[in-house]
Design a protein around this ligand. Structure first.
Ligand code: SAH
Ligand code: SF4
Ligand code: F3S
Length: 450
């Protein structure tokens, strides 16, 4: 038997939590963790001994894409009968065994909370088993996954909270990720310190409802129940960690302490993704959002009072069941009132098992037209926000070389992609940059000499 490591190809769909999970799955299946039976990553599915699809169930299109991608793997499996194919993530959690019935080429199905069991499941496939594990386990997958190796990148995701108890009427997340669970603060701080030792300068804390974080405080710091503001303040004390972000937040969990932290913690970046979904109170009620448009606008005022340069981003759904032209107009009005730096809009997609799925749909052409209108307004705002950066000085954390000689690319404090030139730039360098020009999807600038 050859000693060459087996190759693993992972394709990641959906949100950043899946990106984080994919990294952890790669580590769980690595030689460092599994010994000679372990895998190393390949970008090329044709080279792979195992392909894992880490899937998303949020909208029908995302879920159906998984099945078309599985169909595309068929020739690889025919060419190499030893190829193993696994489905992980939220479609796996939602559909379980059904996936194998529809796609018999699938060898294993692992739900979003069971990645620590992957090595055993993969070993079982070697003897022809077809394991399916979508139970919500009592143990915490993170505590049973190996330590993260250095990625070489200056930025990292760190999941601090998973699941959702909010049950918005359109959303599958409470079903695919389960109830809200927050990781203990001490473990998060340890993971963050290790990342910083490995060269990470920026950490994005992840959770489906990250600002609803309420984890056990470290015993050494008096224990108790920590909120996200406390966690952020403790992270900010880690030397070498320069930037902290978090996503995604729910308006109802944006408490005074967290708002105050935005005014006081220089490491907490002035960019906040705070989805509201609609500007109509009637629709917000039908969505079970438990806040009004006015509540949201007041909240934005308070956030901007603490941090006037806060760049806001949001999510919107067009064509939720029962949405009228007036409701749609209310959403456009809310977007105009807030002025987003960035926003995402989606056509409502009925999801099996969610309350809204049984309600009478909005005419598809009407929903399409509304989506177009939302997107046009959002694009104008994004462009204006980006052009407003020209002439300003911003912090940029550089991540990789640009296309031109001497040029480096990174992210501004406000999460804009920035191409810059100047002395001493390199991976992981955090520098002040004067923005000189705005292109459709990025900014250009020059480093301000120190
Ligand atoms: N936890 C986050 C994000 C959840 S999913 C939050 O509460 O905001 C990301 C976005 O997908 C949502 O904000 C919503 O705008 C969109 N989305 C979720 N379910 C959807 C559905 N059934 N149809 C269309 N868009 C949906
Ligand atoms: Fe879904 Fe609502 Fe929970 Fe966000 S808050 S994950 S939209 S149920
Ligand atoms: Fe999709 Fe699951 Fe994330 S449904 S958006 S991958 S939590």
């Amino acid at each position: 038997m050859s000693d060459a490591p087996k190759k693993l190809h992972i394709k990641t769909y959906g949100c950043q939590m899946n990106v984080y999970d994919s990294e952890r799955m790669a580590e769980a299946l690595s030689r460092a963790n599994m010994g000679t039976g372990g895998y190393e990553l390949t970008d090329d599915p044709a080279q792979a001994d195992m392909v894992l699809l880490n899937t998303c169930h949020i909208r029908e299109k995302a879920a159906e894409k998984v099945y078309s991608d599985l169909g595309r793997l068929r020739p690889f499996k025919e060419a190499n009968p030893d190829l193993k194919i696994g489905v992980a993530g939220c479609v796996a959690q939602a559909e379980g065994e059904e996936i194998m019935r529809r796609m018999p080429l699938v060898d294993l199905v692992v739900g979003s909370q069971n990645y620590h069991r992957l090595p055993d499941m993969v070993r079982a496939t070697a003897s022809g088993a077809h394991p399916v594990d979508t139970e919500f386990p009592v143990e915490d997958k993170f505590e049973h996954l190996p330590e993260r190796p250095a990625s070489g990148r200056p930025t990292a995701f760190l999941t601090v909270q998973e699941g959702c108890d909010k049950f918005c009427a359109f959303c599958v997340v409470p079903y695919t990720r389960g109830a809200e669970v927050s990781r203990p603060a001490a473990r998060i701080l340890t993971e963050a310190r290790k990342l910083v030792e490995k060269g990470v300068r920026e950490i994005t804390l992840l959770g489906q409802n990250v600002n609803g974080y309420h984890g056990q405080g470290p015993d050494a710091l008096g224990g108790g129940d920590w909120g996200l503001a406390q966690l952020v303040r403790a992270l900010a004390r880690i030397d070498g960690l320069e930037r902290i972000r978090y996503t995604t937040s729910h308006p109802n969990d944006m408490d005074d302490k967290l708002i105050a932290a935005h005014g006081e913690e220089a490491k907490l970046m002035p960019y906040l993704h705070l989805p509201v979904q609609s500007g109509s109170d009637r629709i917000l009620k039908a969505m079970n959002r438990k806040h009004t448009a006015e509540d949201y606008l007041r909240l934005i005022e308070r956030i901007r009072a603490a941090r006037p340069d806060m760049m806001l981003s949001g999510d919107f759904i067009a064509g939720f069941p029962g949405e009228t032209d007036a409701d749609h107009q209310a959403t456009l009005d809310l977007i105009a009132a807030v002025g987003y730096g960035m926003a995402y809009s989606f056509k409502y997609s009925p999801r099996p098992g969610t309350p809204a799925a049984d309600r009478a749909p909005v005419d598809a052409a009407v929903a399409d037209a509304r989506l177009q209108e939302l997107q046009a307004l959002i694009t104008r705002q994004q462009r204006a926000a980006q052009e407003g950066m020209v002439g300003r000085e911003v912090g940029v954390l550089f991540e990789k070389p640009g296309r031109l000689p001497g040029q480096w690319v990174g992210k501004s404090d406000y999460l804009h992609a920035v191409h810059a030139t100047g002395e001493g730039l390199g991976q992981g360098v955090l520098a002040r940059v004067r923005i000189t020009a705005s292109a459709p999807n990025s900014l250009a600038g020059e480093r301000i000499s120190a």
